[in-house]
Design a protein around this ligand. Structure first.
Ligand code: ZN
Length: 167
């Protein structure tokens, strides 16, 4: 049994900071006030936890330094770029195949490709930029090869002209 009535919360917390006082003595024996104090303690702990895991100010510098020491994975970037180019070409061929005008005449097909295929062009340019910055010379050869392959594919799509290997 507690003879004293529950103190004002402001008084209780002021005495909590001071570390002693009649309100604290009361809270030690009163389940209601000790529950309030426990809740306050938990809130304080959560606040410290929230403030704690701030990244160190040198984080960016450390990451950049580590990136600088790593060798550039040239081959991996190259092989990542080639599927992008190949997929872009496949999309272009797909547009040609699904377009009736494209099947009838190559000229109109190219026109349709350039008006309808903005996504293709964007994909081509971004993919080319990515690998062009890392390895210009081998990529140039691959681009020419892909161009020849896609052109021969277009010729076969038209169907009327003779196959380069047959001619
Ligand atoms: Zn109380």
């Amino acid at each position: 049994m507690t003879p004293n009535p529950c103190p004002d919360l402001e008084v209780l917390f002021t005495e909590l900071e001071a570390g002693k006082g009649p309100a604290l003595d009361h809270a030690a024996t009163c389940p209601l006030c000790s529950a309030v104090l426990e809740e306050h303690r938990q809130l304080e702990k959560d606040l410290y936890r929230l403030a704690d895991p701030l990244p160190p100010p040198t984080l960016v510098a450390n990451v950049m330094a580590r990136v600088a020491t790593e060798p550039t994975p040239l081959r991996r970037e190259l092989w990542a770029g080639i599927p992008i180019l190949a997929a872009s070409l496949l999309v272009g061929l797909g547009l040609l195949i699904t377009n009736d005008r494209a099947l009838s005449r190559l000229g109109s097909a190219l026109a349709a490709l350039f008006t309808d295929g903005r996504v293709l062009l964007q994909g081509l340019s971004s993919g080319a930029n990515a690998i062009w910055n890392t390895a210009a010379a081998p990529v140039a050869g691959i681009l020419v090869l892909l161009l020849i392959v896609s052109l021969s594919g277009l010729k076969r799509l038209v169907g009327d002209g003779p196959n380069p290997s047959q001619a």
